[in-house]
Design a binder for this molecule. Sequence first.
Ligand code: HEC
Length: 196
Amino acid sequence: MKIKVATLIASLLLSSNLFANEQKKDNTEEIIKIGREVSDELFKVMGGELKKQLADNNFSKAGHFCSMNAMSMTADVNKKYGSNATVKRVSLKNRNPQNRPADEIEITVLEVYEKLNAQKIELPEIVKKVDENRYKYFKPIKAGMDMCFKCHGDSKTLDKEAYSNIYKIYPEDKAINHKMGDVRGAFVIDIIKGAK
Ligand code: HEC
């Protein structure tokens, strides 16, 4: 079973020309280590703040907080890692226009995550070599907690007041109608090997 899943992931990626020349022998351990560290850090910072904001169950206030601070929290993590690594979040159904996938590689990986998720396969981390020393590391983000749907759900699950405020800030919002277990997006870490 393990091998079949690995083969499926590889074939989904290889069906895109972008991944056709991937070097299996490339040593990506260092890249994965940095990718995990940076994505975990942003996850912790954002998750911690969201939890604090939701201590009184006020989704409107928390939504406003996210809208105003998500990007500066991201910038703070990036400052810490200097030229070594740059993190962001992307989504095919982005709310914040700044979280739109930036290139074909990001779109391809998000589409592969959607396909694997539809088959109930655990989503893997993915590393893509961009050029000699540059890599992109991907870690999936799933809508896995009930509270996500207060701000990313449908007419039954959304917090109406919170969402009407969110919609004012993001009139082109695509990040709704999610169900438990959906792919919400991914962390992408741009990593330069050997940089300090
Ligand atoms: C209180 C409202 C609120 C809750 C609860 C919430 N989000 Fe969001 N989410 C937002 C807002 C507002 C944005 C847009 C601002 C930003 O983060 O860039 C956003 C953006 C995102 C993004 C970035 C991609 C995009 O669409 O712009 C991801 C990924 C995400 N949310 C995942 C989640 C997950 C997973 C959960 C549940 C664990 C969750 N959110 C819970 C309000 C919320």
